[in-house]
Design a protein around this ligand. Structure first.
Ligand SMILES: [Zn+2]
Length: 99
């Protein structure tokens, strides 16, 4: 499932990775990967109004500076919401296609 923009990794997967990364489960090795996905999926994130906040957070997390807790919580909540929306739209479309 993707947002209509072309990139190799589906949007919900990008968001899931960003979520895991921001949640602190990805190590430093995941940092570059997440950044690459963000570049790839930038237009979609912009559409969701997430691009600025996520990039700011990832940049801070990739450096030594800890990300601000309130911003992190806000972005994580927003990602959860968007993933839910993507999944809902995706399953509806899949049903239409198989019918
Ligand atoms: Zn996307």
């Amino acid at each position: 499932m993707s947002c209509g923009n072309h990139h190799d990794t589906p949007c919900d997967e990008v968001l899931a990775r960003v979520y895991t990364y921001l949640d602190g489960e990805l190590d430093q090795g995941g940092c570059g990967e997440v950044r690459r996905h963000l570049d790839e999926c930038g237009p979609c994130l912009r559409e969701y109004g997430l691009e600025e906040a996520v990039k700011k957070l990832v940049n801070k997390s990739c450096g030594c500076e800890p990300a601000p807790e309130d911003l992190r919580t806000k972005v994580l909540g927003r990602i959860e919401q968007i993933c839910g929306e993507i999944k809902t739209t995706g399953s509806e479309r899949a049903e239409t296609e198989t019918a």
